[in-house]
Design a protein around this ligand. Sequence first.
Ligand code: AMP
Ligand code: ZN
Length: 485
Amino acid sequence: MFSLFRFGKKKRVYDARPLSLYDTLSTQKKVFAPLSQKQVTLYTCGPTVYDYATIGNFRSYVFADTLKRTLVYNDYTVNHTINLTDFGHLTSDADEGEDKMMKGLKREGRPVTLTAMRELADGYIEAFQHDMDSLNILPPTQYTRASDFVREQIALIKTLEDKGYTYETSDGVYFDVSKFPTYGKLGKINLDTLKDGARVEINPEKKHPADFALWKKGLLGWDSAWGKGFPGWHIECTAMAFASLGKQVDIHTGGIDHIATHHNGEIAQAEAATKKTYVQTWMHNAFITVEDRRIGKSEGNAIILRQLKDRGYQQSTYRYWLLTGHYRSPMNFTFEALDGAKQALFKIKRFVFEDTVSTDGHVVVPYQKRFHEAVNDDLDTPKAIAILWELLKDESLPKEDRIATLKDMDRVLGLGLNEARDTAARELGIISPEDVPEEVQKLIDEREAARVARNWEQADLLREAINLKGYTLEDTPNGPKVSKS
Ligand code: AMP
Ligand code: ZN
């Protein structure tokens, strides 16, 4: 599927501050200016498809999606690639540990063959894309699958070899970081410290601990000039970025754990091959912890997205919770926090969907402008959400205008406010007053009378009776509101 994201150019009646984004390389916010007027190129490091992605992983993709939506909101067209790593990513980002796909094969009792690896990946790719959809993440222009780009990876390694940046050992082909003097510039990695602090080097043939594998020789894999084997993990992203977006990319995203090794590796490979700046803006999201600990299988707290659904949370609730934090701030996940997000999002959705109000409201420009400026300030979604609430509660404005503005904001937030009303209302159990059955309405009226008369005991009993009929009541300043439980 090929789709570029474009937002039909609506003339704006104000000048928003320009979009500025924090760049990890220069450690500064920079006003964004794409290389080409025609479209922005965006590359997002995707999942290794050997298992279900955790809620932590999805922060990376919700962040990239918010970035893309913000670009589109600013009238840019975006060509977006997310890669799918279906071989070659070791459990450590450097050249150590077990291959994650092998780990997956063993876990599932599958044979160690390329076909079995492909099948293992197929299942987790499907699950991943399904989870992405459930988070309302817009599909990328292309998902690139590493095993479909082996030829391109081999060609890029060959280019680096021809240019003298590599050396061969008994187990592979390595990038020689001493030939690329600025190696480690992203995140200001000090190579001397790395050398002094390196653990006993497990591969004595490596010249420097930071040298990384471009090709790993092995019994499993593809044929190449260096023997059978498979490309290293870093070369995969560079080769696929080149193939799908070109040799120079506007924005490259990933989690902060990718800065030191993976992205410095990518810069070295790309810039050694082309002698041009590879990426204009490097953007990285901070980590999600669960109960203040790093998410991991060994920590026993690796919550996967679909477990939230099993516990009765819509995935959009998780998206809302993520957006209440800035993507560069670490966030600690708890179910209490998610409950808060659930209630908040329910209120927003009920405001938008509860009545069949007229759909010809007008966007309220002062609120739109403030919202626009918040997201243009390095995606300040916490501020944007605060503005959303201020608008929602601003009773000086007609409801249909507030709804029109919320829907406009949701082009960036992606909380599902532009869904068809019937679908949203059904999902949320929101019902219009005219859809409440007569017998339930009678109980509601009786309870309201008891409440006004301060007959709390009777009011509680009636609320119970309403619950038993499958409806939930909530008291609001405008009277009781009912939803299906
Ligand atoms: P992986 O499949 O390990 O390559 O990770 C996929 C993406 O998720 C990468 O961009 C990681 O940096 C990111 N990531 C992994 N764990 C977390 C976490 N706990 N919080 C936020 N992002 C994460
Ligand atoms: Zn990558």
